[in-house]
Ligand binder design. Structure first.
Ligand SMILES: C[S@@+](CC[C@H](N)C(=O)[O-])C[C@H]1O[C@@H](n2cnc3c(N)ncnc32)[C@H](O)[C@@H]1O
Length: 250
């Protein structure tokens, strides 16, 4: 990582109230190198410039720590953290760099992305990261996965009603979905609120903010699992996206 990239990382994290240790900066630099090398070989992420990766992947991922919603996750009684639709490992890998104590499960339907996340977590010495390949619709019905997690994080994956249907089955009651999104319309929020109620959840917080240094609009939406998810959810693969609950697919 160039000195300019390191300054952006430190400034962006500081704007979120996070002071990075030299070891964390070193791990982010290593992640940047591995991501850049792998992106030359396969279609992992659209971002190629160091500035974009640092701000729009690393700092953006760290915004899942806003509000302290992930506090309390991790111990056996609270349950691990699932990153639903992790892609090249966002937010899971930056989160694990900040919180190596948290058992974190990055999940994605695309095997080559999950293999990249697994190799990278090993190379960075992030021993509590255990990636999983598969569709959320199917894994959310697997008795080993359903109700296993204390938190689900998810960034840039789907509209809120779809996320509610895919994520809530994985959570224990009292667990939280922390969804990192761009700007959210009142219609999407309304549909997400109704979908959450349908699958056993309630919206706890809607936190609009701007991404440090870029000024891009972001929203953190937090949904608590307040009751059981009915057996019929999630619906079979592809249906939540094609026919989102209470929402017109675009
Ligand atoms: C736009 S990418 C975002 C990746 C990453 N979260 C990020 O912010 O860079 C969406 C990812 O979600 C995954 N995904 C979408 N729907 C999924 C599902 N139903 N089950 C598992 N993975 C899914 C896709 O394979 C893709 O890698």
């Amino acid at each position: 990582m160039t000195p300019e990239g390191q300054t952006l990382l430190l400034d962006g994290a500081a704007a979120l109230g996070l002071a990075l240790t030299p070891e964390q900066v070193e791990r982010f630099a290593h992640l940047l190198l591995l991501l850049t090398e792998a992106s030359a070989q396969m279609n992992l992420t659209a971002l190629r410039e160091e500035r974009d990766i640092v701000l729009k992947h690393f700092v953006d991922s760290l915004t899942c720590l806003r509000g302290g919603w992930l506090d309390g996750a991790g111990p056996e009684a609270a349950g691990p953290v699932l990153d639903l639709g992790t892609g090249a490992g966002f937010p899971a890998l930056p989160l694990a760099i900040m919180r190596p104590d948290l058992p974190t499960v990055p999940l994605d339907a695309t095997r080559k992305k999950v293999e990249f996340v697994e190799r990278t977590a090993q190379a960075l010495g992030l021993a509590r990261v255990h990636p999983l390949v598969g569709r959320a619709e199917t894994l959310g019905r697997d008795p080993e996965q359903r109700g296993r997690y204390g938190r689900v994080v998810t960034r840039a994956v789907a509209a809120l009603p779809i996320l509610a249907e895919l994520a809530l089955p994985f959570l224990r009651e009292g667990g939280l979905l922390v969804a990192q999104k761009g700007p959210i319309t009142p219609e999407e929020l309304e549909a997400g609120t109704r979908a959450a109620a349908e699958v056993g959840g309630e919206v706890r917080a809607v936190d609009p903010f701007t991404l440090p240094l870029t000024g891009d609009a972001r929203t953190l939406v937090v949904i608590e699992k307040t009751g059981p998810t009915p057996e019929r959810y999630p619906r079979r693969e592809g249906v939540p996206n094609r026919k989102p609950l209470f929402w017109q697919a675009t």
